[in-house]
Unconditional design. Structure first.
Length: 109
């Protein structure tokens, strides 16, 4: 099964119509994240899915079609207030001055 293609398709559908602060399609952010880690299939699947559950909860059920390890990792990457999420984010530190994708792009709701 081509999990990367499935993740890309789901992310594209889920983020359809969303734009970043610059008014550009939000899926561009997701695609750039995936492109940065190309070559690691598991990480690329997660890159495509990393904002689906958080930003598009109506698509959460479709994430459950992915392997359990992917589902768990997506849940850890989603800001949903769970203890696991809070714990995993507490251990993530961005280097000083590193704005990164998350700092430049925000979803309009």
């Amino acid at each position: 099964m081509d999990w990367i293609a499935r993740a890309r398709a789901l992310a594209t559908e889920a983020h359809a119509g969303q734009v970043d602060k610059a008014g550009q399609p939000y899926i561009g952010h997701v695609g750039r994240v995936a492109a940065r880690i190309r070559g690691d299939a598991d990480a690329e699947v997660l890159a495509w899915l990393h904002d689906v559950v958080e930003d598009c909860p109506g698509f959460a059920a479709q994430v459950r079609a992915f392997p359990p390890a992917v589902q768990h990792a997506v849940q850890l990457l989603s800001r949903n207030g769970s203890a696991d999420t809070d714990h995993s984010r507490a251990h993530c530190r961005r280097p000083a001055g590193a704005e990164g994708e998350a700092g430049r792009y925000r979803r309009q709701r």
